[in-house]
Design a protein. Structure first.
Length: 244
């Protein structure tokens, strides 16, 4: 799984000019945070603030890789103020990088469904007092944080551990790197464009795995195949697999 690597490298380059507020690698040392479940609603009167409210940026991204230099192990990184240090609505970004096994996905029609199943895990993570609203179409993830959660000292470490625990349930996933960004000087617009690029790659993957047509001149994903390393090879291998 290397088709996202160039996008991942570009995203990580956006962070190189900043130093993280903190990095946690001993994830198991984080005290578990309660699960609020699907029905944990936070109304305006109960809200401390919102991440990515209104016209503010709220970018959520997740991608897979086999490269250890991108994901060396489970970790949580925070760039900017933590949840207890925020007092008003601000822009927000979240990057989840999944290190998967080299042979996790075969070249067949089930691969896309397996990838989407893992990606949809984001809809089933509900830290108590941390209500996220994810839009698959706009790739936005707004988060409403409750006053009580702030009072109880919720942190990105708590949220990050829940994210890592959720994705680690899949046998394909070896490690999870979670990055939270709340700096006011970060280029969220560029991150948003990269998130769109990642989604285009995933959609193209669906086409590649379901359509064995090898006429590149008439293919509607030719531009992506030309730009994304490994996509053309995957298309060829898929066609050969289907011809067996």
């Amino acid at each position: 799984m290397r088709i996202y690597d160039e996008t991942i490298a570009t995203e990580l380059a956006l962070l190189e000019q900043f130093s993280p507020s903190y990095v946690t690698v001993d994830v198991n040392s984080i005290e578990p945070w309660p699960d609020g479940g699907n029905n944990d609603m936070i109304f305006g009167s109960d809200m401390a603030y919102e991440l990515g409210s209104g016209s503010l940026f709220a970018v959520s991204e997740q991608m897979m890789t086999v490269r250890s230099d991108f994901v060396s192990g489970n970790s949580i990184e925070v760039y900017g103020p933590d949840l207890t240090d925020i007092s008003s609505n601000i822009s927000y970004g979240k990057i989840v990088l999944l290190k998967v096994k080299e042979d996790s996905f075969s070249s067949d029609d089930k691969t896309y469904d397996q990838i989407r199943a893992i990606q949809y895990t984001r809809y089933h993570i509900h830290p108590l007092g941390y209500m996220s609203r994810v839009s698959a179409t706009s790739l936005r993830e707004q988060v409403r944080v409750s006053k009580s959660a702030v009072s109880d000292k919720i942190s990105f470490n708590h949220v990050g551990r829940m994210i890592i625990d959720a994705y680690s349930k899949y046998p394909q996933v070896k490690a999870v790197r979670v990055i939270f960004i709340t700096r006011d000087d970060f280029d969220y617009k560029a991150l948003g464009e990269l998130a769109k690029q990642s989604e285009h790659i995933t959609s193209a993957l669906d086409h590649v795995l379901k359509d064995a047509t090898m006429n590149c001149n008439s293919c509607n994903i030719k531009e992506i195949c030309d730009e994304v390393e490994g996509m053309r090879e995957l298309h060829f291998s898929t066609a050969q697999y289907k011809e067996r």
